[in-house]
Write a protein that binds this ligand. Structure first.
Ligand code: AMP
Length: 487
């Protein structure tokens, strides 16, 4: 674990906060080298030792001192950066330092998270890190019975991890009382937006006392999420990590140009490679995921699909089978796959390119976990070439391409062709009618987020100069993570 290539800190702090947090001061700050220097209690350090965590990740180094001091936190980070421990460790420390029973049917800490999988993982992390502290942890999400959740909460718990919909059900039934909550964690806020959870979140927050600590995490900062953060946070410590550069560097990437109607056949062809033993295939829509999974199954390839329309037990079964290598392929939508920690994925295949280039970086990062190298293959049809260009712009590197369209020479390197054809109206790099359509579609999607795209207008500042100057792609704080519909 400790050998991982942890993401770099991309941006640090709001210039409006104290001078100690200015760019110059941040540069001089020596990074803390171990967890004990962060001031965490001995039982927590022991649990970290049990887990084999040698050093804090960058987000942990930056976030833990502020949270220990009781400050609010705004973290721009995605799963895989160590962000769960970044909030769980200092929260556990504070709970242990000030032990008191939670209210009946209540909790001292409430963690809101968009998906059931993420809720389970976060609860598990609290149990792991708090195992020598005797903290109580409960988890509440939809798709399973109400009664065991109600029973778990009867006497009150230290930490409650919940998805918003089911939590509201329990609140309506008076099974849960949130007035005694001391800390609120909002995790994956941008995904909450995608899933339509912002109104439920506001309803839940209305149940809390205003005297509480707030920790807010989001991988991206679309306008509405920025607004919500402004409403919830008071003088927060701001921390952001850029997952992009290190992830992208350790993944061997390839683009295959193919006609849209030939993608499924080409996908099956790819599986002739026995090295492709644990592959994650991304589609844009739930229906697309089912169709691709069905096609692979018909071709004799062991596969399961996960997306929002699958029941909790179906999703858990699919993930368990994939983790245990009982199936070779998991077909997933971005939202279903986000937050799931699966090591040793040999290949990521983008059956369709994502609408938002940052999602590409998130997707391919699935195959370079725990320091492993991985392979990412993207199938790109004529309509997706603008999306490809955006990805290359973000990652600041051309992706080696092959033309796998029927009737063209197989295996030819298109990178050079793409360059020379750009703008002349021919070939895969041209802006034909298809490209124009894709471009129009993109413009429409981006329109509401113009404020962020103008750059750094939420007061963030780079700790060591703009990330891009250090070879890292632009941090994704300014973009919506994806369009919501049907994902
Ligand atoms: P997260 O971003 O919270 O989903 O964490 C991603 C993975 O990193 C999880 O499997 C954690 O167990 C692991 N992890 C978190 N912090 C550390 C650390 N300091 N050293 C090693 N592994 C870690």
């Amino acid at each position: 674990m400790s050998q991982r290539n942890w993401p770099r800190l991309a941006l640090l702090v709001d210039p409006s906060v104290a001078a100690a947090n200015t760019l110059a001061a941040a540069r001089k700050t020596k990074p803390l080298m171990n967890f004990s220097e962060l001031g965490l209690a001995a039982p927590i350090l022991r649990a970290l030792q049990d887990e084999g965590y040698a050093q804090p990740t960058p987000i942990q180094t930056k976030a833990i001192p502020g949270v220990l001091a009781g400050r609010d936190l705004l973290g721009i980070a995605q799963t895989g950066t160590g962000k769960t421990a970044a909030f769980a460790l200092p929260i556990l420390h504070r709970l242990a330092a000030n032990r008191r029973p939670a209210l009946r049917k209540g909790c001292r800490v409430l963690v809101l998270t968009p998906t059931r999988e993420l809720a389970s993982q976060i609860a598990e992390s609290f149990r792991t890190y708090g195992r020598h502290l005797g903290m109580t942890v409960a988890v509440v999400f939809g798709g399973v019975g109400h009664r065991p959740q109600i029973q778990a909460l009867t006497r009150g718990v230290d930490v409650l991890v919940a998805t918003p919909g089911r939590l509201l059900d329990h609140i309506a039934e008076r099974d849960i009382v949130l007035s005694g909550t001391e800390v609120l964690v909002l995790d994956e806020a941008d995904q909450m937006l995608d899933l339509g959870f912002l109104p439920p979140i506001r309803r839940i927050v209305a149940q809390l006392t205003s005297k509480r600590q707030n920790l807010f995490f989001s991988a991206t900062m679309p306008h509405e999420i920025g607004k919500l953060a402004d409403e919830l946070l008071r003088d927060p410590v701001r921390v952001a990590v850029s997952p992009s550069a290190t992830t992208v560097d350790s993944v061997k990437q390839r683009v295959l140009h193919v006609e849209s109607h030939n993608k499924r056949a080409l996908l099956v062809e790819l599986f002739a490679d026995p090295q492709m033993s644990r592959a994650l295939v991304f589609t844009r829509t739930k229906r697309g995921a089912d169709r691709v999974a069905h096609h692979l199954e018909m071709a004799g390839i062991s596969v399961a699909a996960i997306h929002g329309n699958k029941s909790q037990s179906q999703r858990e079964r699919a993930l368990a089978a994939f983790r245990a290598a009982k199936i070779r392929v998991l077909v997933a939508t971005d939202i279903a796959a986000r937050g799931i920690d699966i090591d040793q994925v040999t290949h990521v295949v983008n059956f369709e390119l994502p609408d938002v280039p940052e999602s590409y970086v998130h997707r391919i990062g699935r195959t370079a976990r725990a320091g492993a190298a991985g392979i990412a293959i993207s199938l790109c049809d004529a309509e997706e070439r603008d999306l490809l260009r955006d990805i290359e712009r973000l990652t600041r590197q051309p992706i080696p391409a092959e033309d796998r369209r029927l009737g063209t020479t197989r295996g030819s390197d298109l990178s050079a062709q793409r360059q020379s054809h750009r703008g002349n109206g021919h070939g895969p790099g041209s802006r034909g009618a298809d490209d124009q359509r894709a471009s129009n579609r993109k413009r429409q999607q981006q329109a509401p987020h113009g404020r962020q795209q103008q750059g750094d207008n939420r007061g963030f500042r780079s700790a060591a100069g703009p990330a891009r100057h250090r070879g890292a792609p632009k941090q994704s704080a300014g973009r919506a993570s994806s369009s919501a519909g049907g994902r």
